[in-house]
Design a protein around this ligand. Sequence first.
Ligand SMILES: [Zn+2]
Length: 436
Amino acid sequence: MIRLYDTMAREKREFDPADPKRITMYVCGPTVYGRAHIGNARPPVVFDTLARLIRHEFGEDSLVYARNVTDVDDKIIASAEAEGVDPAVITERYEQAYLEDMRALGVRDPDIAPHATHEIAPMIALIERLVGLGHAYAAEGHVLFSVPSDPDYGALSRRDREAMLAGARVEVAPYKRDPADFVLWKPSSPDVIGWDSPWGRGRPGWHIECSAMIHNHFGQTIDIHGGGLDLIFPHHENEIAQSRSANAGAPLARFWVHNGFVDMGAEKMSKSIGNIVTPVELLAAGHRGETLRLALLSAHYRQPLAWTEDVVAQAKTNLDRLYRAAGDAEPGEVDQSVVEALSDDFSTPLALARLMALDDPSSIKGREGVVGRMGESSEEWFKVDADTGAIEARIADRTAAKKNHDFAAADRIRDELKAGGIVLEDGPGGTIWRRE
Ligand SMILES: [Zn+2]
């Protein structure tokens, strides 16, 4: 039995899917206009691990997991204008980069990856339905959701109206009947990406995308809706308002699951603050994807995770111990004590502690099914460290050669390492290296 904390109920509940043979999970995916940072990677890693647990408990084919791609958005349009290219150039580039980064962290591709630009017709149909039911109205080329038309608005975030208006940083616009009303559709000028609609040429707002995709691919109610804590309000609150209003009050999701932030220093890691570090930088610095994945799972998913050198180093130490203990055993059944820890609201720290305490090598190897990849053999895992040691020894040789004014020898070592895909960078703190 799996128990999950449901944000709507504010308590842990037994996870009993509507159809155990076809469990449905939807997680809000990336807006593709820039490279993901390690904080952006927490939800895909957390929900990938939850997907593995569900498949372990209910069967490999029991789950359909959807993660959308937001490929029309004002930030994308601004990036495309800045580069003087079509928005599709931006979105294809960064969607590809996102998939590469996530695969490097052992995240399996979702079963369904709906793209906003491919689902405009279902969005328009949903907006028309909301207008017809009196939950939305058209004004000056926009269509807005009427928040006062939904008496249950605010049930997920449990905010009162004052707090909601403050939290949403609502745009005051003359065409809004109520300041809390939010945009379902907005007009596009002729030079901006847009689609024909009953309200003129325009493009969808962000919130309508997820509601329309969920109904299009899964129906009215899904088992799990996931995402970061920051999406509870207004994004998920708005998704609920749209979906319940269109579907005679049917709930959008039976479980709402939210992960905490990744902090860097005293603040949440965020592109707008600029305190970010990306998976691609961490990988280039010699960390392995499995280490970063385990570091992201080292705190309970609902707690904040402070991203530090120590967290990464501890994950590496733990993996060294696991690889040493597993040796060259064949993967077996993962120990029930580990599954039980994960089944109690997905406690990855407890699961890891129990994994570390096991002494059956094949059971340690079996962890891939529940906590993620153990892609390498122990021999390969430690070979990378041996290679790293050899690279660092050659860098020391080069530093010594430079000190002796033997620049020919120093250049030879640099070229030799470069031929092996290792790039050196000399800085005030010494020489650092990265893989090309
Ligand atoms: Zn969403």
